[in-house]
Design a protein around this ligand. Sequence first.
Ligand code: FA5
Length: 433
Amino acid sequence: MAFGRSERSEDRFLSARCLPGESLLAFGANYGCSRRAGIFSVGARYIVPLGVIYIAIMPTPDLGLDKTLAALGLSEAAQVVARFADVRARFDAESGAVHDESSWKQFRDAWLGRKSGVLTQITDNWLKPATPELKRAVGQQLNELRAHVESQIEARRLAIESGAEENALTRDRVDLSLPGVIRPVGSHHLIRQVFQEIEDIFFSIGFSVVEGPEIETPYYNFEALNIPEFHPVRDDMDTFYIDLPKGSPTPLLLRTHTSPMQIRTMEKQKPPVRVIVPGKVYRRDNPDATHSFAFHQIEGLAVDTDITFCDFTGTIEYFVKQFFGPSVKTRFRPSYFPFTEPSVEFDVSCPFCGGTGTSNGATCSKCKGAAWIELFGAGMVDPAVYGFVNYDAKKVSGFAFGIGIDRLAMLKYGIGDIQVFFQNDVRFLRQFP
Ligand code: FA5
């Protein structure tokens, strides 16, 4: 039977308060409710063709749960069995309408609730006041009904739970046909790339890599390198000292160069030694286009029984030609470092102006017209240094160098300002993938 809305008769409806089944149906309060005996409760479904709401109504009998069997006029066991069958049919119909957790809870309470659930009402109103002749039949029917209700309610719970999981899976399912999320892949910083390039060159001629602490003692940073306290060369390098508690055994500072690792390496190892030491160093220098207060160096040290100045120049020239290309020219200039003797500065012909000193008819801005650019300091290890590491200065000889990596990278890649290495502007970094 199908009724339009206008045909609704209040007497034909029971609201949610009347029986558990109705509480699950989509009836608004304005549909009303009646508990009068003999009234039909309603199962309903909305059908919406062309914007008009129709309601399909299926009558189901009132079960008389609030009355005794005597009041319902049921005196035969067969009548009791039939009434229980009605109850069970009601339960099954309602069970089919339970599709989510909240309606399942309402359903469970409506049937199993201790105070006013259907089973409690049957116990109180049908079983307890039943005549001795009917008691057995009512008890048996009630037990069967209870077993059915409990098992079905549990089954519905499981079905709803697995349905929820399935829904979640469907919701979260990855659509492999969609375009992917592109996550930009990072790359090594140019300084790291230059480190690797230099390491590879020195690996190829038998050097290995060691690393050391960035926080040093004055002994390793200065004294063992033949730079005693109050030596004027410390003024050029004086640096950041760590604020230590009073009574600390020795001052600590951020290393000003990688040369302390010459000492630490020779302390640990007997000749032959052939190492390079990449790392960060720190100085109290004011920042400008070629100076930073933190920068990078690679130390080199080779010590053996028969190393000469020729080995030194050959090694350095090999490195420079590998790094800058075969056409670059090199030269040594005399210099001074307390830990090398003789000491040199190593220059390369300016790669920006091709070693001419002029660019586009004007003075080359990079080498300032000198045609050469200073690359690093180096020299033969001063015999005094061997005394600090228990090497016999009469038996061993060697060379050392300290390359400023940032300036080397600037030269090779035409970068005009050292500060860009530390600003982490991705527009700069992306140029060196
Ligand atoms: C030294 O640091 C010596 N330890 C090098 C050395 C090692 C000589 C072994 C002999 C034997 P120097 O102070 O010149 O030397 O620094 C070496 C390089 O570090 C310089 O050529 C330069 O490229 C770089 N450098 C120095 N100061 C700065 C700075 N503030 N910012 C960026 N680079 C710098």
